[in-house]
Design a protein around this ligand. Structure first.
Ligand code: ACO
Length: 324
């Protein structure tokens, strides 16, 4: 018997407040033209009185409803975030409490920055295939606006807040590349790149969360290579050819990074999903947000092959191939 994780529900949530590039140009020395041409970002959402558990909880509730399931059906919740409500317990535990998941259901956060959702997918898929759980909710949610230095134009124009979630469920499969569900995952890290993208503080070092700092050019260079290579590895492991890809959903950091990855994978532009224009970079939330938005818009169809690829602080990176 071969078990795969099927993607059976999608949800997302964006805080109401929208911050445009023009708004930013009143806060720091920048312009709509600079931000658009360098990053492809036009606006981003900002959480004002909502925390990560609140926005993630809304995405998880939508994903469960979309799957036709209730809180009592969930066997596992993993939240990818770098902006938790509390240092401890995990924000996943808070969601579990607020949504009324059963006592005993494992709940934990993972910290893998912008690759967090692909890391969560990998963990949950492995637990499902081992038979440890049947129904898992994986979410990515960030209130990055809380760790951005709003006086630093190098970083503050890039990020936004949001949440996305996916419900996975075990299904007996043939074990072939024609199956539906998660066909392959791969995750990586290179701690040697630690200093190129980080917060300048943390609980055990400064007793603060710190603010995001980065070496933009180094991040850019590594992102193009890592995102492309992770996608290619995931495709190879799944036994799927580039020509079979219906959609590429890359981490949404910068339109120029995304365009380069699409070109390296020789994909026509219309197969490359873009949300960075209206979400900015929402780190771990960017991939599940893009998945859910496109499911809701009925752009993605049953049977479509989707390649996910992500890269972020650590550096971490990873990819996955799924068939809806
Ligand atoms: N508005 C106007 N000018 C700016 C701004 C701004 N918001 N930010 C920086 N500048 C200035 C700099 O001060 C610098 O000026 P100087 O030359 O006088 O010193 C100049 O613009 C730099 O310009 P470029 O070299 O043309 O900038 P570049 O093309 O490298 O673009 C960017 C910068 C957008 C940050 C790019 O390096 C990038 O996208 N890197 C990837 C970073 C990223 O996506 N990080 C997200 C987290 S990681 C992830 O999610 C994968």
């Amino acid at each position: 018997m071969f078990i795969r994780s099927e993607l059976i529900g999608f949800g997302h949530y964006l805080p109401k407040k929208i911050l445009t590039n023009d708004d930013l140009s009143n806060m720091v020395e920048t312009s709509d033209e600079w931000i658009r041409t360098r990053t492809g970002i036009c606006c981003r959402h900002i959480a004002e009185d909502e925390t990560t558990s609140v926005i993630a909880g809304k995405a998880v509730a939508m994903a469960l409803e979309n799957a036709g399931l209730q809180a009592k059906d969930v066997d596992l919740i993993i939240l990818a975030t770098v902006t938790p409500d509390n240092t401890t317990p995990s924000t996943a535990a808070k969601i579990s409490r607020d949504l009324g998941f059963r006592a005993g259901v494992p709940a934990f956060d993972i910290s893998a920055a912008c690759s967090g959702f692909v890391y969560a997918l990998t963990l949950a898929d492995n637990m499902i295939r081992l038979g440890q759980v049947k129904t898992a909710v994986i979410a990515g949610a960030e209130c990055l606006s809380k760790i951005v230095d709003w006086t630093d134009r190098n970083t503050c124009v890039l990020f936004g807040d949001g949440a996305g979630a996916v419900v996975l469920r075990a299904k007996e499969s043939a074990g072939l590349n024609t199956d539906t569900g998660v066909l392959s995952t791969c995750i990586y890290a290179d701690g040697g790149q630690f200093d190129n993208l980080k917060t300048n503080g943390g609980v055990s070092s400064t007793q603060t969360a710190g603010f995001v700092e980065m070496n933009g050019k180094e991040v850019f260079k590594h992102a193009v290579v890592s995102l492309s290579e992770a996608a290619e590895t995931a495709l190879k492991n799944a036994g799927i050819a580039k020509e079979q890809i219906d959609w590429l959903v890359p981490h949404q950091a910068n339109i120029r990074i995304i365009d380069s990855v699409g070109e390296r994978l020789e994909l026509p532009k219309e197969k490359v999903v873009i949300t960075v224009d209206h979400h900015g970079n929402t780190s771990a939330a960017s991939i599940p947000l893009a998945l859910s938005e496109n499911i809701q818009a009925k752009r993605f169809k049953k049977g479509d092959i989707i390649v996910l690829t992500a890269m972020g602080a650590g550096f971490t990176w990873g990819g996955a191939v799924v068939r809806l």
